[in-house]
Write a protein that binds this ligand. Structure first.
Ligand code: PEP
Ligand code: MG
Length: 753
């Protein structure tokens, strides 16, 4: 069967019309207002491969080492050109053309249609990898439809999809694709709705709405209006009207979707009437009742008529936290800073030299002066980590949090006090170390990690996560974070053991680029399509000196204020260009969720120079998100000039912003007591930047340690920040604080009005 009309398919037909098609069929059967349409079946696709004789060649071309990015790119190119060049069998083409004609007859004109791929491998956890995301809007005319169908087919062979299937052990031959063709809804307003409250699961409908087509809301490129309706009482509990700067509409001349500024009088106008809110709530209920679980529904309104465009369950797996309570207190023998929560007990293994790392076995507590990137493998074996030096943002703290391993840093004398001690229990929350095994401490093996299904947590202010080691990506994605607000690449590079300059000297730049692509891709994959802001190199000279080939790193009295951040890349452009090549390859592989963030910027000239090199390297600034870290008082004070230079986002690096504003070395224990990210001067800089950015429609975020504090999160929400990026272990508590703060603002508003 080549064509299946949506009204004739049901959920059992997934193998015929894909998940999306089957769900639309179900909704139509419930007499929900779904735009008319048909599917070009998955069997049609398979028949196309067989009848044109390209199947064998195609699958052969996919037998590659997917870790080799060049080979992967070539496989994508080959597969795509095989499909594009093959002539569609005439009967198949005739069937598609006549279905389109029939649709036009039913609509009474030659209609614009949306053409979308719909993969049949329902067990693929993330639809995006199966090529399900491909969508062509505003397609009109039989030939154009046939062409769009082929373009949806080739989305099954994007580099990212090939890579993912190979890694997951899916046979390319067994993954098929259907294509859905539906009458375009030329929306006046559109958005999404959730049929249950994101945290409590209470029967409240949450509706997000913006002007024009749904793209702006779905892609998160605008802050939409947010409404909450109590399903039991049918009362509208909240109306949070946002300033909506941008809308997507269909250009009547070209048929293309274009982005345009929302007219001034509509920007702050509420999108939905009360009647529409009630109607949407009702339709959401019908969908939820039909599927039996809370749904996330895309909708659109045109000429006051509501359409349901898509529905899927809103479930994410959440992990039940580790038991961290230590009920019986034993003998406290050491104290430091609790850097990664949780408790654990194990044998003490003190490491003073790198060649002693092998002594750390599974289940040991690793004790050392300060961890280094060479120690990460041993850190993974350990159940707890204790260091003499460091604060909340040192290497040990960052890596332990990402590994989920309890850690106490800055104990000053751990390596001496613990000499001769066999067994300890550590409390990574309070920063305490006890001799022996305490009753309630549990090891990683005993950890309760029961997956539970929960409704997705939704906050208007996005809650993202920070990552430094790609191995932590899955765990980070598991938190349900809205994206990655900071991917540090220094740890990845330090982990290579060889200085980037040595790669260049040995003529092995390609190898270096591949390593960057490999590391970033793991994170971009785990979060796709959620955005991942990758920070370009921010390497202090002292840390890079000890690497093989790092001898030429200058000796600096104050590396924190020295040759690091963007200033380093702008004076060693050769290295910057290698990073940009890595980004270019990632974009070519389809990772359009990757953004670029420049560290330690202090003058707009640096941003403009960096942009010039980015463009010269062949990257398209219109297609990528580019931003800066605000971590110098200079950049905060003249943020207006950075905005004028042009950027998509800023992110507060409060670890540095605090040290530079207060003149307090962030790694110096002697002045640590004065280090305060909530110092009024720091807060004033933050407030100023948020205000200026909000005026200009530039996104604001925070990725410094302060973003992991619920009380700081509250302040930032009140100041109007767009997103907060926290450590993995803090995502949940920050999300709660954000929710509470957002509700507080609404309540306050309601009380005053
Ligand atoms: C910061 O300065 O707050 C930041 C996130 O960057 P880093 O800690 O890597 O300097
Ligand atoms: Mg910094």
């Amino acid at each position: 069967m080549i064509i299946a009309w949506l009204e004739e398919v049901r959920s059992k037909d997934v193998s015929l019309v894909g998940g999306k098609g089957a769900s639309l069929g179900e909704m139509m059967n419930e007499e929900l207002p779904v735009p008319r349409g048909f599917a070009v079946t998955a069997q049609a696709f398979r028949q196309f491969l067989d009848d044109t004789g390209i199947a064998k060649k195609l699958f052969k071309s996919l037998e590659i080492d997917v870790d080799d990015s060049e080979a992967l790119k070539n496989a994508e190119k080959k597969a795509k050109s095989l499909i594009i060049d093959a002539k569609m069998p005439p009967e198949m083409k005739r069937d598609i053309l006549s279905a389109y004609d029939k649709l036009c007859d039913r609509e009474g004109e030659e209609v614009f249609v949306a053409v979308r791929s719909s993969a049949t491998a329902e067990d693929l956890p993330d639809a995006s990898f199966a090529g399900q995301q491909e969508t062509f809007l505003n397609v009109r005319g039989g030939e154009a439809v046939v062409d769009a169908v082929k373009r949806c087919w080739i989305s099954l062979y994007g580099a990212r999809a090939i890579f993912y299937r190979a890694k997951q052990g899916f046979e390319h031959e067994h993954v098929n694709i259907a294509v859905i063709i539906q009458t375009m809804v030329d929306a006046d307003k559109a958005g999404v709705l959730f049929t249950a409250h994101p945290t409590s699961g209470e029967p409240t409908t949450i509706i997000e709405a913006g002007w024009g087509l749904g793209e702006a809301v779905v892609s998160g490129s605008i802050s939409p209006d947010n409404y909450v309706v109590d399903r039991r009482t049918k009362k509208i509990l909240q109306r949070n009207i946002a300033t909506k700067n941008i809308m997507h509409i269909r250009d009547r001349d070209t048929g293309n979707t274009i982005k345009k500024k929302v007219p001034d009088d509509m920007m702050d106008e509420k999108v939905l009437t009360d009647v529409e809110l009630m109607k949407l709530t009702e339709l959401g209920e019908i969908v939820e009742n039909h599927y039996g679980i809370p749904q996330d529904v895309e909708w659109a309104i045109v000429n006051e008529k509501i359409y349901m465009l898509q529905s899927r369950p809103i479930t994410t797996i959440q992990r039940i936290g580790k038991e961290t309570q230590l009920v019986e207190e034993g003998e406290l023998i050491l104290e430091g800073i609790g850097a990664s929560p949780g408790s654990a007990y194990g044998n003490v293994e003190i490491v003073s030299k790198l060649d002693e790392l092998d002594r750390v076995s599974e289940g040991d507590i690793l004790v050392t002066k300060m961890t280094t990137p060479d120690m990460v493998t041993a850190m993974k074996r350990a159940v707890g980590i204790i260091t003499d030096e460091g604060g909340l943002t040192c290497h040990a703290a960052i890596v332990s949090r990402e590994l989920g391993t309890p850690c106490v840093v800055g104990t000053k004398k751990g390596t001496t006090v613990l000499k001769g001690v066999k067994l300890v229990t550590i409390d990574g929350e309070k920063g305490r170390v006890y001799e022996g095994r305490l009753e309630q401490a549990i090891t990683k093996e005993e950890e309760v990690a029961k997956p539970v299904e929960r409704t997705r947590q939704v906050t208007v202010t996005e809650v993202k996560v920070n990552i430094s080691i790609p191995d932590a990506a899955e765990r980070a994605a598991f938190t349900g974070a809205d994206g990655v607000g900071l991917l540090r690449i220094e740890h990845m590079i330090l982990g290579l053991g060889k200085h980037p300059q040595l790669y260049i000297k040995e003529g092995k730049s390609e190898e270096y680029i591949n390593e960057l692509v490999k590391g970033i891709r793991i994170v971009a994959d785990a979060f796709y399509p959620r955005s991942v802001w990758v920070r370009t190199l921010d390497a202090p000279t002292d840390e890079f000196k000890s690497m093989q080939g790092g001898e030429d790193e200058p000796i600096e009295h104050n590396p924190m204020m020295g040759w690091r951040g963007i200033r380093r890349d702008l004076s060693n452009v050769e290295h910057f260009k290698l990073e940009l090549q890595a980004f270019k390859r990632l974009y070519a592989l389809g990772y359009d969720n990757v953004g670029i963030m420049l560290p330690l910027v202090q003058h707009p000239k640096e941003l403009s120079k960096a942009k010039q090199i980015i463009v010269e390297s062949g990257l398209d600034l219109d297609k990528i998100e580019l931003g800066i870290m605000v971590e110098t008082p200079a950049s905060a004070l003249i943020i207006d000039q950075f905005i004028e230079e042009g950027l998509d986002f800023i992110s507060f690096g409060t670890n540095d912003l605090t040290q530079y504003t207060l003149a307090i070395d962030r790694n110096n224990e002697n002045v640590a007591y004065m280090y305060d990210e909530t110092h009024p001067a720091v807060l004033r800089l933050i407030e100023h930047v948020i205000q200026e950015c909000n005026k200009a429609g530039v996104k604001t975020s925070i990725c410094g340690q302060a973003g992991s504090s619920p009380s700081m999160a509250k302040k930032l929400v009140e100041l109007g920040i767009t997103s907060i990026s926290a450590n993995i272990d803090a995502v949940e508590s920050v999300r709660e604080a954000v929710l509470r703060a957002e509700k507080g603002i609404l309540l306050d508003f309601a009380r005053r009005s």
